[in-house]
Design a protein around this ligand. Structure first.
Ligand SMILES: Nc1ncnc2c1ncn2[C@@H]1O[C@H](COP(=O)(O)OP(=O)(O)O)[C@@H](O)[C@H]1O
Ligand SMILES: N[C@@H](CC(=O)OP(=O)(O)O)C(=O)O
Length: 552
């Protein structure tokens, strides 16, 4: 698969090329075989290619260097989620999909097969109370074993590639049963088996069919994180470490890297960490930034980012273009399709992210870039976050008292609780708390009790549970029109909005309503903004004749 290139005669300045590729108006990056080396890359300048350096580019007068013969290096990251590699058949299809881009040298990031992460979490929970002798009989363990052993058999690869992991997994569950506890650290180690096995199977399969591949565990590759088990943050040291390792392996022995998504290594304890559910997207964008690659692809089971969760609105349509800000907001406010932090490295590296469907590779997908033409955009997507807790906090002191907001937020900071949506007046604040922080049931009540107790020292507090945030992501320059339409819909449903907030990012308007009304609201809003005839005119939708991004 590695393509040798002829003698490269000219090269354009790194920054120019980087800018040109990243800002490529046409989203077709693959056919545009521009030499690429990135100013954000931590890798040495390699892989410069010139097969299609157009005249236009030459005329820009930036021919600077002569290069010796170079071998092509990595060209993009392709991340495949659990649904894309759910069984042997899917693995074959993904391998074919990768092969269908013969001129690319991708870096592959994989999630665990299918629902393996959920099964591992359930197995861990059961192990806590099942007793040591029953630990090897946990149903979820059997399901995981069946799936992985069946897959290696069907693919015709040696079961040795995962047999040690399956044995160790069983031992680990026995250990949890013996200890009768599952700490966040152990939980991360437990779920890491999913990605460790899927990548080993995939790499073995590629090698079997003659494509040279090399498996990497992210925690050995240089993905360094905080010690916040179950939700670790990637640290800066990751970028040079990953770039150095992947680059030197490429130079010494080129092979397609198959890397575990979702996992990292804690800086202090050196234990395995996870990046939060759906964290493989973040692994992909991190690697893309580390190597300064021209494109990051995340392959899912939907035709890109949609106008709404398709489980909620089956009529949801793909959104062809998004900005990093829109995608980040959408992910942060609960759209499962992207990990909330995944846009950060892509934005920092200014690397386009393409969301594609591995079940329907010819669908154009969604292209996420720094900027896009917003002149026709009204609403991009509607996102629902359920089971949110809202706090109404009214100062008991006099009007004009300064420092009230600071005191309130310092209480949240002390408790490590994130706040999602905020609306303030001089003497009152309404805010919603991030439910992902409220991880275990007992802790929720404890935490909330403590928050209220602390806040009551300076204010009157009303705690309102079972609320939902409906986020309207789009062109907030047109907020009057968005709100006019939205409130018409909500009024016709007889729904009272309890809080409204326009994000500083200027791409999001959040509305808080009761949980039991939220779904109906989202469906009606989606119908008005995306399904009616008028909405076709006001919103950007995929054109029928498809002048939208496509892969070569
Ligand atoms: N706005 C949205 N656009 C696309 N998919 C969404 C959206 N909101 C929720 N989803 C759900 O996200 C799923 C894809 O995300 P995920 O399951 O994390 O993919 P993968 O495991 O393949 O990485 C879809 O199957 C869909 O049900
Ligand atoms: N396997 C992990 C990480 C991940 O990113 O998965 P997926 O790409 O299937 O959402 C999870 O389920 O959270």
């Amino acid at each position: 698969m590695a393509t040798q290139f002829g003698c490269v005669k000219t090269v354009f300045p790194v920054a120019t090329i980087n800018r040109r590729v990243s800002h490529c108006e046409t989203p077709l990056l693959f056919p545009c075989r521009i030499g690429y080396a990135s100013r954000v890359s931590h890798a040495p300048l390699v892989g410069v290619r010139v097969s299609c350096c157009s005249n236009k580019e030459r005329e820009s007068g930036v021919v600077l260097e002569k290069w010796e013969e170079t071998e092509k290096s990595y060209t993009c990251v392709m991340k495949f989620g659990g649904s894309s590699v759910a069984n042997a058949n899917r693995i074959r299809e993904v391998a074919n999909l990768i092969l269908s881009f013969p001129h690319e040298n991708p870096i592959i990031v994989l999630s665990a097969m299918g629902k393996t992460t959920n099964l591992l979490l359930l197995a861990g929970e059961k192990a806590v109370s099942c007793g040591v002798t029953n630990a090897n009989c946990i149903d979820e363990l059997s399901n995981i074993k069946d799936l992985h052993l069946r897959t290696v058999e069907e693919l015709g690869v040696d079961r040795e590639v995962i047999s040690k992991h399956l044995e160790e997994l069983e031992q680990l569950l026995k250990g949890i049963a013996m200890m009768k506890e599952l700490t966040p650290r152990t939980q991360d180690y437990l779920v890491s088996f999913g990605e460790c096995m899927s990548t080993r199977i995939f790499a073995a399969y590629l090698n079997k069919i003659g494509i040279k591949a090399r498996q990497y565990d992210a925690f050995e590759l240089g993905v360094i994180t905080t010690d916040d088990f179950t939700n670790a943050d990637i640290l800066e040291a990751t970028y040079p470490a990953v770039a150095k390792r992947l680059h030197s392996d490429w130079v010494s022995d080129p092979a397609i890297p198959i890397i575990t998504g979702f996992l990292g290594k804690a800086r202090k304890s050196c234990a395995v960490t996870t990046l939060g559910r759906g964290g493989s997207d973040l692994t992909a964008t991190t690697i893309g930034k580390a190597l300064g690659l021209p494109e990051i692809q995340v392959w899912k089971d939907v035709d890109g980012v949609l106008t709404c969760d398709p489980n909620l609105c089956p009529q949801a349509k793909p959104v062809p273009f998004l900005t990093f800000d829109e995608a980040a907001e959408l992910a942060y406010f609960g759209a499962q399709v992207l990990h909330p932090q995944s846009m950060r490295p892509a934005r920092e590296g200014d690397i386009p992210v393409r969301v594609k469907n591995s079940y329907n590779p010819t669908a154009p997908g969604t292209l996420i870039t720094k900027t896009r033409d917003m002149s026709k955009a009204l609403l991009t997507s509607i996102v629902l976050k359920r089971n949110v807790t809202m706090l109404d906090i009214v100062s008991t002191r006099m009007l004009g008292q300064f420092g009230f907001l600071a005191k309130v937020f310092s209480i949240f900071e002390d408790l490590g609780i994130s706040v999602d949506v905020v609306a303030t007046s001089e003497v009152s604040i309404s805010l919603t708390l991030d439910p992902s922080k409220l991880w275990s049931r007992e802790l929720i009540q404890q935490e909330l009790d403590y928050v209220v107790e602390e806040l009551e020292k300076i204010s009157r507090v009303k705690l309102l549970k079972n609320r939902s945030i409906i986020s309207l992501i789009g062109n907030v320059q047109k907020s009057s029109l968005i709100l006019e339409k939205a409130f018409q819909v909500l009024r016709s449903l007889g729904v009272t909005v309890q809080m409204i907030s326009q994000g500083a990012s200027k791409v999001n308007i959040s509305l808080v309503v009761n949980d039991n009304e939220a779904e109906e609201c989202v469906k009606a809003l989606h119908n008005t903004f995306f399904e009616s005839e008028l909405s076709e005119l006001e919103n950007e939708c995929i054109p029928e004749n498809g002048s939208v991004p496509a892969l070569s």
